[in-house]
Design a protein around this ligand. Structure first.
Ligand SMILES: NC(=O)c1ccc[n+]([C@@H]2O[C@H](COP(=O)([O-])OP(=O)(O)OC[C@H]3O[C@@H](n4cnc5c(N)ncnc54)[C@H](O)[C@@H]3O)[C@@H](O)[C@H]2O)c1
Length: 317
């Protein structure tokens, strides 16, 4: 019976990943999440899922848990995923975004049982304002926020643990993940979820900049499927972009969303955010070489978000 530890598993991506893993009737999933941005409602109600509401920064707790449970697979999703929050509190957020990963790797390094795979959720943010048509894992990085620096440092630490301690590891550089969220929580879903909630509520959405900035928007269920495939596949000791390989402008996405919601597109002009990159698009050659693809068309993904939006009406800043 395969056992999984997922830190941050009650978040946006975590909830979808847990649902994906439960397709195997034999699995047991343990989630450690302090519910700071996550929510129990993101997790399937299933006896095979155990939620431990705890801080991953508690090294003794995590070491004891790993010792007791001897998980086959470990997925590191727990993070302060709000880039602005990491700029305001670089030290405090590094405790979660970097140090908690290091302490967990240290505990795993000393484990006496074979680990199937460790997956670390890194981010396209590590590329910063690198230019070029598509961002490749073999190209330069330029992390420009504490969030991106912590992700890049954790990536390197994970890869080093793989190389030096024989841990089977994979880092996924996630691009802009979007999709329906079950919970009315702070975290997850990004600009598309915020826009969907506001447009569905009949309010105007604040668009920062001219809207012609592009992102590689990747559907959350595709991301969950890719993470599951990487956990179970032979790939190890590498970084993989998780994106579609296509870039869409914010204007295109907002237009598509308004159409899916059958709402007028009401926009409030906002100043461009300092440090926002202009274009971001994944080179997915490595992902494809592993036989993997994020293929949900944007219109289909936006329709799913629009369908979920009315149940998630909360005031958003
Ligand atoms: N959503 C995206 O577009 C995107 C893009 C790139 C990378 N990522 C990464 O993927 C991961 C999941 O992101 P998400 O979008 O689901 O965000 P999320 O905020 O919904 O999930 C993060 C989870 O971590 C938990 N958490 C935070 N601090 C914790 C702590 N100290 N102890 C225990 N749990 C803690 C939160 O409660 C939450 O459930 C994060 O590592 C994020 O940086 C996300």
């Amino acid at each position: 019976m395969p056992t999984y530890l997922i830190t941050g598993g009650a978040g946006f991506i975590g909830g979808h990943l847990v649902a994906r893993l439960l397709l195997d009737p034999q699995v047991q999933v343990t989630v450690v999440d302090d519910l700071s941005t996550g929510d129990c409602a993101n997790l399937p109600q299933d006896p095979r899922v155990t939620l431990l509401v705890h801080d991953v920064c508690d090294a003794a707790f995590m070491a004891e848990l790993l010792d007791r449970e001897r998980f086959d697979y470990v997925v590191l999703l727990a993070a302060v995923a709000d880039v602005a929050a990491t700029c305001l509190d670089p030290l405090g957020t590094a405790a979660v975004n970097q140090w908690a990963n290091l302490t967990l790797l240290d505990a795993l390094r000393r484990r006496p049982w074979p680990l199937g795979k460790l997956f670390f959720a890194s981010s396209a943010a590590v590329y910063g304002d690198c230019t070029g048509t598509a961002l490749s894992e073999t190209g330069p990085v330029a992390p420009q926020s504490p969030y991106a620096v912590d992700k890049y440092a954790s990536e390197r630490a994970v890869l080093n643990a793989g190389r030096l301690c024989g841990l089977p590891v994979v880092c996924g550089r996630l691009f802009n993940v979007y999709g329906p969220t079950a919970a009315q929580t702070l975290g997850g879903g990004g600009v598309i979820t915020r826009a969907a909630r506001q447009l569905a509520a009949g309010s105007a959405f604040t668009r920062h900049g001219d809207g012609e900035q592009t992102r590689d928007f990747v559907y959350v269920e595709d991301v969950a499927a890719v993470i599951a495939a990487l956990l179970h596949g032979p790939a190890t000791g590498l970084v993989v972009n998780i994106g579609t390989g296509r870039a869409s402008s914010l204007n295109r996405v907002l237009g598509g969303l308004a159409q899916a919601l059958a709402q007028p597109l009401a926009l409030r002009p906002g100043v461009a955010r300092p440090g926002d990159v202009r274009h971001s698009q994944a080179d997915v050659a490595r992902l494809a070489a592993l036989g993997l693809r994020c293929q949900t068309p944007l219109v289909q993904g936006l329709a799913a978000v629009a369908q979920a939006a009315p149940v998630a009406l909360v005031p958003t800043p």
